[in-house]
Unconditional design. Sequence first.
Length: 98
Amino acid sequence: MILITGAILARPDTAAELRRLSLEHVHRSRGEPGCLSHDVHLDAENPLRLVFVERWEDADAVRAHFAVPASRAFARAAGGLAAEAPVLHIYQADTISV
């Protein structure tokens, strides 16, 4: 499984639009092949910071997701609304029982 975490810090004047675009993006992404989950959350300490958590079946599904024109358009739009460069981390993960 591939785990992706990311964050975007909005400017006060772009926060509402960035939240709207982010929700549109995650709702669309959830229907893509290989998407196990795709969520966006507001940071409890900073409501201008949106935090993304995604789970994908494999690297091929992630590559396909990043190639979707709507995903690329979201990344461009989000970057233009951000106060600083967005952060993205991609991990290979295994599910474990504790």
